[in-house]
Write a protein that binds this ligand. Structure first.
Ligand SMILES: *[C@@H]1O[C@H](CO)[C@@H](O)[C@H](O)[C@H]1NC(C)=O
Ligand SMILES: *[C@@H]1O[C@H](CO)[C@@H](O)[C@H](O)[C@H]1NC(C)=O
Ligand SMILES: *[C@@H]1O[C@H](CO)[C@@H](O)[C@H](O)[C@H]1NC(C)=O
Ligand SMILES: *[C@@H]1O[C@H](CO)[C@@H](O)[C@H](O)[C@H]1NC(C)=O
Length: 403
């Protein structure tokens, strides 16, 4: 055999080993007992594309549920960010920076980069039951750090942070996927995004265990768009993953990738949308400059956080979002398909009232709360945001009903 062909053969073998290791051995994994609290809902069945005729975005009712809190926890728990999804008729949230305080002394007992908590009921959406803020485990985050990231955990000025700012998406009855940015602190007050990562949630409804895995430390490094960490939606067994161009567009442009459900941990199945060509390809647009022509959405204001979902009531895909101007206002865009064309002329849905901190952030919609039998999906929405009180931040929610 020629030396050259030996080398090629070796390379192929190595690549195969890497590919299968990627799919089968996560870089981090852990499980938690998961309460059996049922919140059954009916999944929507979105079409690829609908006719753009739809209802207006005016509201007939708003119910302010105020603070979401962990009613059964022995601690006062504060948290921010967050998103939700359902598995096997149980609905859970993954929030960001979480702190637990003693109810008697008011002293801080523990903190974690993120935490998981379960919805108690859709009819009283304020109530949560915390799953992961447990002192006996050392208050570890719900989404595990890699062993390397964990070596920085004790140091507030160099730590990694895993912050979820959009909803997870259900892939099957027992499996969901969640994308978010991986941040690293360079001093106690500022952090940078090193990339984007994926968590896979697998619920065993018989043993009541949830397993949370990260297939790789970075699914995409910060040299590419953070696909999925702005928003994700599943349509007919295809996951559509939206990511912001923060660096070159100042978060005005949204880029889109897609992957067939079942292949989400295999990078070779990801395809990337090029709006100029009106098609997906295996070639990822490289963000070495602003790529407006490739972007699926070019906003008229910078995006901060958001949720994409199908609204049967509006006969449209909706993007409910907060902008980066921190005006505490929920706005909505619409499109006939996940790839658009997105109508970027936004409607104001609801102006929330900020607390002492000056502005609310982390605005998202949780449509699944009102996808119960007899309800038209999208007619009502649960809106959630991070409210900054005098010294702490916590999630607040409201229910809105469209005309
Ligand atoms: C979820 O709840 C719905 C409605 O009650 C029910 O039809 C369905 O079988 C349930 N699914 C599971 C996996 O429990
Ligand atoms: C991208 O990540 C690298 C670490 O891999 C970091 O040094 C750099 O500052 C990051 N870039 C930005 C723009 O945050
Ligand atoms: C785009 O959305 C705005 C705000 O909701 C609406 O007034 C306008 O009619 C929409 N345009 C089209 C072409 O649907
Ligand atoms: C803000 O925090 C204070 C002190 O913890 C508390 O008494 C008050 O009720 C909170 N205000 C709101 C609007 O939640």
């Amino acid at each position: 055999m020629l030396p050259g062909s030996t080398m090629i053969f070796t390379t192929i073998v190595l690549l195969c080993a890497v590919a299968s290791a990627t799919a089968q051995t996560p870089v981090a994994s852990q499980s938690f007992p998961f309460p059996s609290i049922l919140t059954p809902q009916v999944p929507t069945n979105p079409p690829y594309s609908s006719s753009p005729v739809m209802k207006p975005f005016t509201l007939s009712a708003v119910t302010d549920w105020s603070r979401m809190s962990d009613w059964t926890s022995p601690y006062n728990i504060y948290r921010d960010g967050g998103g939700s999804c359902s598995l096997s008729n149980r609905t859970f949230w993954v929030f960001c920076d979480t702190t637990a305080y003693s109810k008697t002394t008011g002293n801080i007992l523990g903190a974690a980069s993120n935490s998981m908590t379960v919805a108690l009921s859709f009819s009283n959406p304020k109530g949560l039951k915390d799953v992961t803020m447990i002192p006996s485990t050392g208050w570890k985050p719900a989404i595990p750090f890699t062993a390397y990231e964990d070596t920085f955990s004790g140091n507030i000025g160099t730590r990694y942070a895993l912050w979820t700012y959009t909803n997870c998406v259900q892939l099957s009855e027992t499996r969901a996927m969640h994308f978010f940015l991986v941040n690293k602190f360079s001093n106690p007050y500022s952090s940078r995004q090193y990339g984007n990562t994926m968590a896979i949630y697998t619920l065993d409804p018989v043993t009541n265990q949830i397993t949370i895995e990260r297939p790789e430390q970075f699914w995409y490094t910060n040299q590419t768009y953070g696909y999925g960490s702005f928003a994700s939606v599943v349509v007919n067994k295809v996951a559509y993953l939206y990511g912001l161009d923060r660096t070159y567009s100042g978060s005005y442009d949204v880029h889109l990738a897609k992957v067939p459900v079942g292949y989400e941990t295999n990078r070779n199945y990801y395809r990337y949308y090029d709006a100029a060509a009106g098609a997906f390809s295996y070639t990822m647009p490289v963000p070495t400059a602003r790529r407006q022509a490739n972007a699926v959405i070019q906003g008229t204001m910078p995006f901060s956080t958001g949720t994409v979902f199908w609204s049967a009531y509006h006969n449209a895909y909706l993007l409910v979002f907060f902008n980066n101007w921190v005006d505490s206002t929920f706005r909505v865009l619409s499109a006939p398909s996940p790839t658009g064309p997105w109508n970027v002329s936004n409607s104001v849905l609801y102006r929330s009232t900020p607390g002492e901190g000056g502005f609310n952030y982390g605005g998202n919609a949780s449509p699944i709360y009102y996808q119960q039998p007899g309800q038209i999906a999208g007619k009502e929405l649960l809106l959630q945001y991070s409210y900054q009180n005098t010294s702490n931040t916590y999630p607040k929610i409201l229910q809105v009903t469209f005309n």
